[in-house]
Design a binder for this molecule. Structure first.
Ligand SMILES: Nc1ncnc2c1ncn2[C@@H]1O[C@H](COP(=O)(O)OP(=O)(O)OP(=O)(O)O)[C@@H](O)[C@H]1O
Ligand SMILES: [Mg+2]
Length: 277
């Protein structure tokens, strides 16, 4: 296998016509990899992604080929997938307002050009889920929010509409599943690609604690940051140390923060899948 891409979190190998995606235990916040790993994170996210691919299988085809047919050293955190022609956008669905969406809303009254009613606060549920794509920036750059009109101009209206509609359908289905498990999916980022036949398939990882915001439904209360089962906890910890993404070496994560992060990722996995880790 040939290492063709080392992302912040995953290593991508080419093997013939296939790819093998290997999830590491690395964690990144604000596009910066932290120097401390979270034990089992790669295996947790791989298992959760596979569970979702299966759960969503009737709604959207995906890129998974095999979990067994991967090198033994990566077993449990690797997936053999179809090598797709990736659509160069990150397809984001938001059902709730927070993070960069909230910042955009506070500045413009809209998120990625989607106008929203006045009076929304951190954690507000949106009147209906919205599609807020970003560019997929080359390594080292940050993804930039784009309007649907820009996406349609870049990709063609038909393809842009197909991706928007599928993204919102996946979000609606996943949000309903998660609600039964006491989890609010505030937002999530999907990636799609086309196979050799031109079929659009769900790719990358899906609906994990790295690609989504998972909130505790029982504790949800708009007007403040929400308790979460994702890496917001690590973002908040990193900022609390005084480190800023623009400047300087990121800090080592102390053991108690590593443990609390791992516990959050496990909680999301266990609640959603109904399995024990
Ligand atoms: N089936 C697929 N075919 C081709 N490329 C894929 C497929 N599934 C995922 N990818 C790509 O593989 C890469 C996964 O690696 P990873 O997410 O760690 O890196 P990244 O997104 O490039 O960078 P980072 O996440 O660090 O910003 C992504 O570029 C993703 O778009
Ligand atoms: Mg990625």
């Amino acid at each position: 296998m040939e290492l063709i891409h080392q992302g912040k979190v995953r290593d991508v190998y080419a093997d013939g016509d296939d790819l093998v995606l290997v999830a590491s235990d690395r964690i990144s916040v604000y596009d910066t990899v932290l120097p401390t790993e979270i034990p089992d994170k790669g295996a947790l996210l791989t298992a959760l992604s596979l569970w979702w691919f299966e759960a969503l299988g009737d709604l959207v085809p995906n890129h998974v080929l095999s979990v067994e047919d991967v090198p033994a050293e990566f077993a449990g955190r690797a997936v053999r997938v179809m090598r797709l022609d990736m659509v160069p956008v990150e397809a984001i669905a938001r059902g709730y307002l927070t993070g960069s969406g909230l910042a955009d809303y506070d500045a413009t009254g809209a998120v990625c050009g989607v106008a929203l009613p006045a009076g929304l606060v951190d954690g507000s549920r949106l009147p209906e889920p919205i599609f807020t794509p970003t560019t997929k920036a080359p390594v080292g750059d940050h993804d930039e929010p784009i309007t649907f009109a820009t996406m349609a101009a870049d990709l063609g209206t038909a393809q842009a509409e197909q991706i928007r509609d599928l993204t919102l359908a996946v979000y609606a289905s996943a949000a309903a599943t998660a609600a039964e498990c006491g989890i609010v999916i505030a937002d999530t980022k999907l990636e799609f690609g086309r196979d050799a036949d031109g079929t659009l398939r769900l790719a990358d990882e899906v609906l994990t604690s790295d690609s989504s915001r998972f909130w505790d439904a029982a504790a949800w209360e708009p007007g403040r940051p929400q308790p979460s089962f994702d890496k917001q906890y690590v973002r908040d910890w990193a900022r609390s140390t005084g480190w800023r993404p623009e400047a300087g070496e990121p800090p080592e994560i102390p053991a108690d923060v590593v443990d609390a992060t791992r516990a959050r990722y496990i909680e999301a996995y266990e609640r959603l899948t109904g399995r024990r880790w």
